[in-house]
Design a protein around this ligand. Structure first.
Ligand code: 0O2
Length: 222
């Protein structure tokens, strides 16, 4: 995770004319960053322990991001909520986001179970787009969590979005994301159908790879 660059800071001066509000915004983003680090550490710890137990890593990689100010602004506009720091915190759950890329679908459910059981975590929302894929074929498991951060003067509960996917689901979502945000694509309908077909293939592939891994584990060959 990178700190805000100079360009972003300049942009912020344009967005917030009120200096006090700008300071509050910076402070809130710092708090989201701390919350993101808390969840990242929890996942790293689970990954380390499970890798010793099972002789393989359930997590391939973790990507972290803090939502950019212009994306925050656009989302607030869509929600038709005035752009204030208080409203940002009240209305948005995905300022701090982690994407956890796993090798196999069953790793996702194992990690989610262990994570939400932790006694300092509050599960706010769970959307299982793996069991119930979106109509376009999108698959991932999304959690909104609340985690405490311990600052110099207070303990504060912060919301974090965590998306879990397999490597194959992530490959699909990256390409589909490009289609969504690219305008004037020829044959967009045909491409969407093709992508849906690929999502089904990917789901079958994930299932079969998992079966092979389980068979190998039974024989203790890995
Ligand atoms: P970004 O830049 O990734 O953050 P909400 O988050 O409440 O506005 P929704 O649809 O209720 O919207 O939330 P949901 O279903 O949990 O999805 C939120 C995020 O999941 C999206 O964030 C995407 O990252 C991802 N996502 C959801 N559906 C799709 C999809 O069909 N294709 C792809 N590629 N990604 C998807 P943002 O805010 O769109 O963007």
């Amino acid at each position: 995770m990178e700190y805000m660059d100079i360009e972003t800071v300049k942009e912020l001066d344009d967005i917030f004319k009120d200096v006090e509000e700008l300071q509050k915004f910076r402070c809130l983003m710092m708090q989201y960053e701390c919350a993101m680090l808390e969840v990242k550490t929890k996942l790293d710890v689970l990954n380390t322990e499970l890798s010793v137990q099972n002789s393989r890593n359930p997590i391939e990689s973790i990507k972290c991001r803090i939502k950019e100010p212009d994306s925050i602004m656009n989302k607030m506009k869509r929600l038709e909520v005035p752009f204030t720091v208080k409203n940002i915190e009240k209305n948005l759950n995905d300022i701090a986001g982690l994407r956890v890329i796993c090798s196999f679908p069953d790793d996702i459910y194992t990690l989610v179970d262990y994570l939400v059981k932790q006694d300092d975590i509050r599960l706010i929302q769970k959307k299982d787009y793996i069991k119930n894929p979106k109509p376009n074929g999108y698959r991932s498991l999304h959690l909104i969590l609340e985690v405490p951060i311990f600052l110099t003067k207070e303990k504060k509960m912060m919301r974090v979005e965590v998306q879990f996917r397999t490597i194959a689901m992530d490959f699909w979502a990256s390409l589909e994301h490009k289609l969504k945000y690219k305008k004037d694509i020829e044959n967009a309908e045909v491409i969407s159908q093709d992508l849906y077909f690929c999502a089904e293939l990917i789901s079958q592939l994930d299932g079969r790879m998992q079966q092979i891994r389980r068979r190998l584990e039974e024989k203790k060959e890995i």
